[in-house]
Write a protein that binds this ligand. Structure first.
Ligand SMILES: [Zn+2]
Length: 276
């Protein structure tokens, strides 16, 4: 239980659901290697040679995966999440608050977005390549409306800059679920829940890079400016997260590869006119 909380916090501090990656095509080779390892390790029947052949075919499919196919996978993955997480019903007070804050952003910056709440105490939010953004009740409890909008702007940044697409590409290429897809059709086959679960684990265990987080922080700030929201709210959101991490012993190692929320708050402060 305690460990779960730490994991959730680590994610929240990256503001991403910690779905991530080293980035799209640049890491293609390592993703292909993982795809090879994954499929090679399955070994469910057949000779070693057959498995190797199967792996090679999977690698061929993996390198040809299209953005359209990835969006289809993201949609399936999100539907699976909405089925397995505690999705807040529309008349729930959290849903109503989020709807009030996000109704004017469903077609933000050329994107089709949808926003829903997961009724979990986790301090977390995440986005997927299909334009779904999910906010956890624990984060909503902690943030005022303007801070929440800052976090939402940050998450939109991950979609707009295709970080979520890169993350899905990497996870999908490394996932055994890839085997279920017909190479020629260019569209994703329907994945079983077990495959979507495995995909989710790969997404969860990876992280956005520091530069992707910084890019999304900047996007979030520009979003606040564009809509005349309180531009100081992102800084205060990060301060809140920083104070949370300070209270949690044992978090440091887990967070070592995440951007430090205190530094991110300082950066937001410096970009919005320095100290008050
Ligand atoms: Zn992020």
């Amino acid at each position: 239980m305690k460990k779960m909380t730490y994991i959730a916090l680590a994610c929240a501090l990256a503001f991403t659901g910690c779905v991530t990656t080293e980035g799209g095509s640049a890491s293609g080779l390592s993703a292909v290697v993982s795809a090879l390892n994954t499929t090679g390790a399955v070994g469910s029947g057949g000779s070693k040679t057959e498995n190797q052949v199967g792996a090679a075919v999977d690698v061929f499919k993996a390198v040809t995966v299209s953005d359209e196919e990835l969006k289809s996978v993201a949609l399936q993955y999100r539907a699976y999440g909405d089925r397995t997480e505690k999705l807040a019903p529309p008349n729930n007070k959290y849903s109503q608050r989020l709807e009030r804050l996000t109704r004017k952003h469903v077609n933000e910056d050329g994107l089709n977005l949808n926003f829903k709440v997961y009724l979990s105490k986790d301090v977390n939010a995440n986005a997927t390549a299909d334009g779904s953004i999910r906010v956890y009740a624990g984060l909503m409890d902690m943030m005022n409306d303007q801070e929440l909008l800052g976090v939402i702007g940050h998450e939109i940044g991950h979609v707009k800059h295709a970080h979520t697409m890169s993350a899905m590409r990497t996870a999908y290429m490394a996932s055994a679920g890839r085997k279920a897809v017909a190479a020629s059709s260019g569209t994703a086959a329907k994945l079983a829940d077990s495959e979507l679960g495995a995909l989710g684990e790969k997404l969860f265990n990876s992280q956005f890079s520091q530069s992707q987080e910084t890019e999304s922080d900047d996007y979030g700030l520009a979003f606040m400016q564009k809509h005349k929201y309180n531009v100081k709210a992102l800084e205060s959101a990060f301060r809140k997260l920083a104070s949370l991490s300070g209270k949690q012993g044992g978090l440091d190692q887990m967070l070592s590869s995440h951007p430090d929320p205190g530094s991110r708050a300082d950066r937001m402060r410096d970009k919005t006119g320095g100290k008050k």
